[in-house]
Design a protein. Structure first.
Length: 487
């Protein structure tokens, strides 16, 4: 089989590359093509566990779903998971390799290109078409030497590219034309066309801008894509895209989520956000936890001990204690679960200096962090309601203590999580569990939320179909396919 490939790059971050790749995967799948998504390098703390026992960016997992495949480690062979402002965990082909400062990573990143090309060719051997997503912008010429994410990969794999610009931000003409003109000639020639994304209003009003860009770049515009409002119904990889959620006046149940500095796997919240009778709102730094909250969620964290310190600095530990005294409920997810206990031990210094930190003391459990990471998909049932659920675990360490005798869930015969004697404080290691419809309904019913007919997986599937139709309406999809070249 000889696969073809095309790469979508952007004039910057958050221009809509991931969404367009997902929509094209679904569109070409509906045409009967075997299509694979691929992102050489991604930076995200929103990871998914793959069927082959590794982790990749959540956006690539959604793209895999759009293409009709199980997510694979080869779809995102290098994943950078920020631990602080200057360093990140480096995950290669699904497995942790090292923690590096940004400087060390950029100095040594060339060593990861063989793994990237190995994964790319592994996917190409199974596909008719591979759609590659770049990261950030190829115009960051200070990052070009040793680049893995954009032109460095495109050159190594000999893949042509299309450039995407976000007109909603303003400056799209300068950003597209500027990208073409600052790239070295060999890189610029790889850009075969461009796309205008996130347009609001009448596209005819941009006709002059379109002609100007085609003249300046010497390449065609493949379409002007209007803003796709239903994107909010799909799992988001960027926290910025969901944290502006406002309380709904029609909602009967208010859920507040602590906006931790190193929040991870926040797509756990997506099914809750889609429930018509529920409002999900972030408690931002500098804000108190509102007294009207029925449930407070402490989400996952990439650096549990550091985020626990940040939580205390905000005074949220005091707010949480008051919330529980008022009869409110608290749910900790993964790192949030660890924070709820009496202590967190880090004897190997996995999150910084070796040591121990006091937890919130709302659950009678203790966590010890350990180097071996748990990466697994699971199915089981929620103990309190008896409803089935599924999800995945992605964490360092184990948690034990008296409250574990009241588990949150059972995974086969193995207990997961813990519940306080009062039943008000709950913790679980299960990410993604709220996508299980029966469990979510039972859990929300216990909060007093109205019954809902939402089927979350069906909603995601319909939205991906709608996204594909949206792109087929506004993009020259046939031209995109014709630009793809054999690899």
């Amino acid at each position: 089989m000889t696969a073809r490939a095309i790469m979508l790059m952007g004039t910057g971050s958050d221009v809509g590359k991931s969404l367009i790749v997902a929509g094209l995967c679904r569109a070409f799948r509906r045409r009967g093509l075997r299509v694979m998504p691929f992102k050489p390098q991604n930076m995200s703390n929103n990871a998914a566990v793959t069927a082959d026992g590794g982790e990749i960016g959540r956006a690539q997992a959604l793209q895999a779903r759009a293409a009709g495949h199980q997510a694979s480690i080869h779809m995102n062979p290098v994943l950078l998971k920020p631990e602080n402002t200057t360093g990140a965990q480096v995950v290669v082909q699904g497995q942790w390799q090292a923690s590096m400062t940004a400087r060390d990573y950029f100095r040594n990143r060339r060593q990861f290109m063989p793994a990237i090309l190995d994964s790319f060719h592994s996917l190409a051997a199974q596909a008719d078409l591979v759609i590659v997503e770049g990261a950030g912008s190829p115009g960051e010429i200070n990052l070009r030497d040793g680049d893995l994410a954009n032109m460095g990969f495109a050159q190594a794999a000999n893949v042509p590219a299309v450039l995407i610009g976000d007109i909603h931000r303003g400056g799209v003409i300068a950003s597209i034309a500027g990208t073409f003109h600052i790239l070295p000639e060999g890189d610029a020639k790889r850009l075969k066309a461009f796309i205008i994304n996130k347009f609001y209003g009448d596209p005819a009003l941009f006709s002059e801008g379109r002609r100007f860009l085609e003249q300046q770049t010497g390449t065609p515009c493949l379409g002007i894509v209007p803003h796709f409002a239903a994107a909010r119904q799909l799992p988001a990889e960027d926290i910025v895209s969901i944290e502006d959620t406002q309380l709904s006046s029609s909602a009967t149940t208010d859920i507040y989520v602590l906006r931790l500095p190193r929040i991870a796997n926040f797509d756990d919240l997506d099914p809750l956000r889609m429930e018509p009778g529920v409002s999900v709102c972030f408690v931002q730094p500098g804000e108190a936890i509102p007294a009207r909250s029925r449930l407070v969620i402490i989400p996952g964290s990439k650096s549990t001990i550091a985020d626990l310190a940040a939580l205390r600095a905000e005074g949220w530990d005091i707010d949480l204690a008051a919330h529980v005294r008022r009869g409110g409920l608290v749910l900790g997810l993964c790192g949030g679960y660890q924070m709820l206990g009496r202590r967190i031990h880090d004897p190997a210094g996995l999150e910084g200096s070796a040591g121990s930190a006091p937890g919130l003391g709302l659950l009678d459990v203790t966590t010890t962090l350990a180097p071996d990471k748990t990466l697994t998909r699971v199915t089981g049932h929620h103990v309190a309601s008896g409803t089935p659920l599924s999800g995945y675990e992605i964490h360092l360490g184990q948690t034990f203590g008296p409250d574990c005798k009241r588990p949150f869930a059972m995974i086969g015969t193995a207990p997961d999580g813990a519940v306080s004697a009062s039943g008000q404080v709950m913790g679980t290691y299960l990410h993604g569990c709220f996508a299980s419809d029966d469990f979510r309904r039972a859990f929300l019913a216990a909060l007093g939320a109205p019954a809902s007919r939402l089927r979350f997986d069906d909603l995601v599937e319909r939205t991906l179909d709608d996204l594909a139709l949206h792109l087929e309406t506004h993009l020259d999809v046939d031209r995109i396919l014709s630009l793809a070249e054999p690899v």
